[in-house]
Design a protein. Sequence first.
Length: 165
Amino acid sequence: MDPRSETALSSVCPEFATKVRAASDALNADGTFILVVSGLRSADEQNALYAQGRTTTGKIVTNAKAGQSMHNYGLAADIVPYTTGNSGQVNWNASTPQFQHMVAAMKAQGLEWGGDWKGSLGDFDHFQLTELPASPSIAMRTDYGAGPADLSAIWDKATTGAYAV
């Protein structure tokens, strides 16, 4: 996995990161390499993304404000395959065989794909732990509060089924 991806995975739930790395290893064996574009996001980063296309320039890319995205909890990542090799251009087209191969590898590790969700944006590069709601539950938001510096208690609950749907 490339350094940018490792940096993104270094701040997410360790169990989630392990699953992404395992999928990456399986893909690498087939000559497909991935980029973890985004992992954990601060409240400010999430709100800036939410503002995009609404109060700032750019295309709308999320319907989630701070605390409403699994990225804020370190339980999700946006991931795309490189078009060729392990650097350079990436493939954002979820309908391609290469992208679907990546999706299958992530699902084989027990990760949920945002492309399976019904909704207007189609979160095709989004992966998160399964058995969690697509958006954080009230219990998760309560535990998150104003954005804890240490997410380990939330990660423990997420990986032991306390937030399961």
